[in-house]
Design a protein around this ligand. Structure first.
Ligand SMILES: Cc1cc2nc3c(=O)[nH]c(=O)nc-3n(C[C@H](O)[C@H](O)[C@H](O)COP(=O)(O)OP(=O)(O)OC[C@H]3O[C@@H](n4cnc5c(N)ncnc54)[C@H](O)[C@@H]3O)c2cc1C
Length: 443
């Protein structure tokens, strides 16, 4: 790896998400030298991505630059780069930055590279579905939603209009539930007013899952409440049903228990049915001999070390320790635990103990579900709790203030300030050059 002069630091952190930031802040406060390498310049607050996709918030509010957050720690450095390899015996990582492969030496390595969508062996679905993992995903989905409403407003073809106003969301976990709820809400509270001639009843949102419950991780009363709330709002919830095919114009469903086969035509199919660890988990597994689960997540040791290496750690969504959930508190607590061991505040080898402070998921305006220990909350109180907790964890005073203002405008009022779209100029030019005046579905 690398012939150039070796650059060394005490701790290399890979990633800029929840796990990486928590570790970096602990190290920075302790005055430990570290270099954080991430392939994105932002610290993305994924739980609020759906609000970017549905025009409530702008990316700036939920994705502040990681460099700015860590600027207060003089012993920390941030580099933009994609880590592609590691040599644990030599204690070096290789990363690509600006098209150049660079090498960085470490005494301890903390990997927190997260997860991405999984398509369960049907990778072709990626091209014909929308996802919600990155800022780009959220912006792409937001443009698609608006494009569909704009075109439905002008088309004179009833079938095309129906397809434009049909949305299929696959996967009834927290992301699928919040998206289905929000798209239906957009139709009834925002677009119905701003697009004369489009009623909420013209819009179909179908949420599909192979499991028998919405939000299966909650189960029981909370899952039942979620399903009923979505249905009351107008979302069609289709459970115990598999998606067997997806193309540019819709999805094919199959319910083995009833023998049902159904084709849903829709211009927008959103995939939120599963995740797998990002590629760097595979590299680490190979280089350290660490085993992985079916989702490619590292089966780390109880102290979050990887394979047989006492100075290589992994935290968050790229790992699986005792089936802890892929949620931000697990990543943050893991990041802090590892940093404490690195700075000597906690003895090396100490097993990571996750403190479960509860789980929550949002359904739509004024409705959410929350479980804290044995206490289960639903409705308005759970919704307010969700907003308060997520506001608390959002980084930066300005972002919090802007977010509160946006929530007041969107949830008490009917504003969605971030919907804007310009027509693709290449499509306009090709239509201008065409001699056919008839309606054409070129976009
Ligand atoms: C839409 C959505 C909604 C969610 N809602 C909630 C919620 O309400 N509550 C909750 O607790 N959790 C929620 N989660 C899950 C939560 O966001 C994750 O558990 C959390 O982000 C995991 O943190 P992490 O540090 O492991 O990974 P991430 O936060 O995903 O960060 C991974 C980082 O690694 C970087 N990276 C990846 N590969 C490389 C590489 N090779 N080199 C350099 N950098 C790399 C990425 O750019 C990124 O910065 C949600 C997730 C999504 C997608």
């Amino acid at each position: 790896m690398g012939n150039e002069e070796l650059d060394r630091t005490e701790v290399v952190i890979v990633g800029s998400g929840f796990g990486a930031l928590a570790a970096a802040e602990k190290l920075g406060k302790a005055g430990k030298r570290f270099v954080l390498v991430s392939e994105t310049t932002e610290h993305l607050f994924q739980p609020l991505l759906y609000q970017v996709a549905t025009g409530v918030l702008s990316p700036a509010e939920i994705a502040p630059p990681i460099r700015a957050i860590l600027a207060k720690y003089p012993t920390g450095d941030v580099r933009l780069g994609r880590v592609i390899d590691v040599r644990p015996d030599a204690r070096e990582v290789a990363y690509v930055s600006g098209g150049v492969v660079r090498t960085l030496g470490y005494q301890s390595l903390i990997a927190a590279t997260g997860a991405r969508q999984a398509y369960f062996g049907r990778d072709e679905f990626e091209k014909v579905t929308f996802a919600l993992k990155t800022v780009e995903d959220a912006e792409k989905l937001r443009r698609q939603i608006l494009r569909c409403f704009e075109e439905a407003h002008t088309t004179t073809d009833p079938e095309h209009r129906r397809n434009l106003l049909s949305f299929v969301v696959i996967g009834a976990g927290p992301t699928g539930v919040e998206l289905a709820g929000q798209i239906q809400e957009l139709a009834s509270r925002y677009f119905e007013r701003s697009f004369h001639g489009i009623d909420a009843d013209d819009v179909t949102v179908t949420l599909v899952d192979g499991a028998g419950e919405a939000l299966p991780a909650f189960g029981g009363k909370l899952s039942e409440y979620t399903k009923t709330s979505l249905e009351k709002a107008g979302v069609e919830v289709v459970l115990n049903t598999m998606v067997t095919d997806i193309d540019d114009h819709g999805a094919t469903l199959s319910a083995p228990s009833t023998g049902m086969q159904k084709r849903l035509t829709a211009e927008t199919v959103i995939w939120s049915a599963g995740v797998r660890a990002n590629d760097f988990a595979g590299v680490l597994a190979e280089r350290t001999g660490c085993e992985t689960d079916r989702a490619g997540r590292l089966l780390v040791n109880p102290d979050l070390t990887v394979g047989g290496y006492a100075d290589v750690f992994a935290v968050g969504d790229m790992t699986n320790l005792d089936n802890l959930p892929g949620q931000s508190p697990v990543a943050m607590q893991g990041g802090r635990h590892v940093a404490k061991m690195v700075i000597g505040k906690v003895q090396r080898g100490t097993p990571f103990k996750y403190r479960d402070k509860g789980s929550m998921a949002i359904i739509n305006r004024f409705r959410a579900v929350t479980r804290v220990s044995k206490i289960e909350l639903t409705g308005m109180i759970a919704w307010v709790a969700w907003l308060a907790v997520h506001l608390y964890y959002l980084i930066g005073f300005r972002n919090r203030a802007v977010t509160v203002m946006s929530w007041i405008g969107s949830f008490l009022g009917r504003q969605r300030p971030h919907f804007h779209l310009a027509q693709d100029s290449s499509v306009v030019t090709s239509m201008e050059n065409s001699d056919s005046p008839r309606e054409s579905h070129a976009a």
